[in-house]
Design a protein around this ligand. Structure first.
Ligand code: ASP
Ligand code: MG
Length: 469
């Protein structure tokens, strides 16, 4: 029984053109596989809008959130109008969408009656996953129109998670039980489920979400729970790239990566994948492919178990924002780490990842990652809040905060091939290095530089990768 899990990202479900591609991909893969499970994200930009709406609701700004809901409704309804659906299917879909949006407005109402200082993360999570519910219904309707037996399934009752609202972690055992009970019977009846990415719930049924970009994680959780043979992530890029193509247009596709390499890439800011999705696949040796929905004929990137290859060159370089904290004294780093962790958690719901900490006889330096998933303003917000807390807690020491960049070079066993590390450092000649660390996975080397040197360092190392390929 060969099973494929395919996840379609926001850019592959956001327009009629993209959905037409999705349909043709599903029709052709259906011939090759016994069972297919589809996982979908919200349409491009929808989750951002929902997060904004939840924020406005909590501030009591009724006009603000209603405007956002009205825009979302218009966008989805306009897309439905364009799609080749029968009048009954279209009417049912429209009614479904209205019901979901009405229910959401009720929750906003509750939020706006909750004092702004009372945290309401579970209410927020029950609204920000609505984009996935809308998208799943849309795709399932489209498939039915092509005579594929398909249903949209909300993963709220299937993916069981911890209580870290906004960034929850699925419990694979509980999730597997639910999937076996509630999803496998449909698969056996030859029904193709279209499941919502991103959303789950706690064992007691409170809605949660898996962190930004979490639909990838949903795909990997489903793959593990149904013993899938492969997972394919469809998005608008050709595969995993040697660096972010938005910053370096001549970046190239990487044909193959190991799980270790891709996990480090995702952790250090390659936005194509959710960092925590790799672990479950690696444990089960389930191959993962990254493919472009608009160019399905391209091979994309294959991520799989691989043997160490001493002849292989450097694979990729990423750049991620970080915070560098320096102090003109040395001593325990515990208090400062706790402060950063608390600030980061309060603003982004992410725990702080210490990248590098180092001390000399007279100075200390600590560098923390700011996950790209935390959003574009996170760095600024965290920095300001940290500066305030440092002022309020002078006993922690005289720390100063500044934005830094963490440039990470990716390759399995980067320390094993002679000359690789030396070559990287040499190439950065003239750029001040604030810190250096090799990941314990031995798949990456990270170099901390001042934010203003970020682009130059990234381009220099990228040139090194292309010239050694
Ligand atoms: N829609 C969610 C987000 O924008 C989840 C995902 O796209 O994977 O983060
Ligand atoms: Mg994504």
């Amino acid at each position: 029984m060969r099973t494929l899990v395919m996840k379609f990202g926001g850019s592959s479900v956001g327009t009629k053109t993209a959905l037409t591609q999705v349909l043709s991909i599903v029709l052709s893969e259906r011939e090759q596989w016994d069972r297919i499970i589809l996982v979908v994200s919200a349409l491009d930009g929808v989750t951002d809008a929902l997060i904004e709406a939840a924020h406005l609701a909590h501030l009591g700004n009724q006009r603000g959130y209603r405007r956002i809901v009205a825009n979302l409704r218009t966008r989805h309804m306009a897309l439905i109008e364009e799609l080749p659906l029968s009048p009954t299917e279209r009417a049912a879909l429209q009614a479904d969408i209205d019901r979901l949006l009405f229910d959401m407005l009720d929750i906003y109402e509750v939020m706006s009656n909750t004092p702004a200082e009372t945290p309401i993360p579970h209410l927020v999570d029950s609204t920000i996953g609505v984009g996935e519910k809308l998208a799943a219904r849309l795709v399932a309707a489209l498939l039915r129109q092509k005579d594929i037996r398909s249903v949209a399934l909300d993963t709220g009752d299937l993916v069981i998670t911890d209580e870290v609202f906004g960034n929850a972690m699925p419990n694979l055992e509980l999730t597997r039980e639910r999937i076996e009970k509630n999803l496998l019977p449909s698969l056996e009846r030859d029904i193709m489920p279209v499941v919502t990415g991103f959303i789950g719930s706690t064992p007691s049924g409170k809605p949660t979400t898996l962190g930004r970009g979490g639909s990838d994680y949903t795909a990997s959780v489903f793959a593990v729970c149904v013993n899938a043979d492969e997972v394919w992530i469809w998005s608008g890029v050709d595969g995993m790239m040697t660096t972010d193509p938005r910053e370096v247009p001549h970046a190239r596709v990487i044909p193959k990566l190991s799980y270790g390499e891709v996990a480090e890439m995702a952790y250090f800011g390659a936005r194509v994948l959710h960092a925590r999705m790799i672990g479950p696949l690696r444990e089960r040796h389930i191959p993962l492919r990254i493919k472009n929905v608009f160019k399905p004929q391209l091979p994309g990137t294959l991520i799989h178990d691989s043997r160490p290859d001493p002849t292989q060159s450097l694979k990729a370089v990423t750049s991620i924002a970080g915070l560098g904290l320096s102090a003109p004294h040395n001593g325990p780093l515990g208090p400062i780490s706790t402060l950063v962790d608390q600030t980061l958690f309060a603003t982004t719901h992410n725990r702080a990842d210490v990248m590098i900490a180092s001390q000399s006889a007279t100075h200390s330096f600590a560098c923390f990652l700011v996950p790209t998933s935390a959003g574009p303003d996170a760095l600024h917000t965290i920095r300001t809040e940290l500066e305030d807390s440092l002022q309020d807690n002078p006993e922690i020491g005289r720390w100063t905060v500044k934005p830094v960049s963490i440039i990470t070079v990716i390759r399995d066993h980067i320390d094993e091939t002679s000359g690789l590390t030396a070559g990287i450092i040499q190439a950065l000649n003239g750029i001040r290095i604030l810190g250096l660390s090799q990941a314990p996975s031995r798949c990456s080397l990270s170099i901390v530089v001042e934010a203003e040197n970020s682009e130059r360092a990234l381009l220099t190392i990228h040139d090194l990768i292309l010239s050694s390929a």
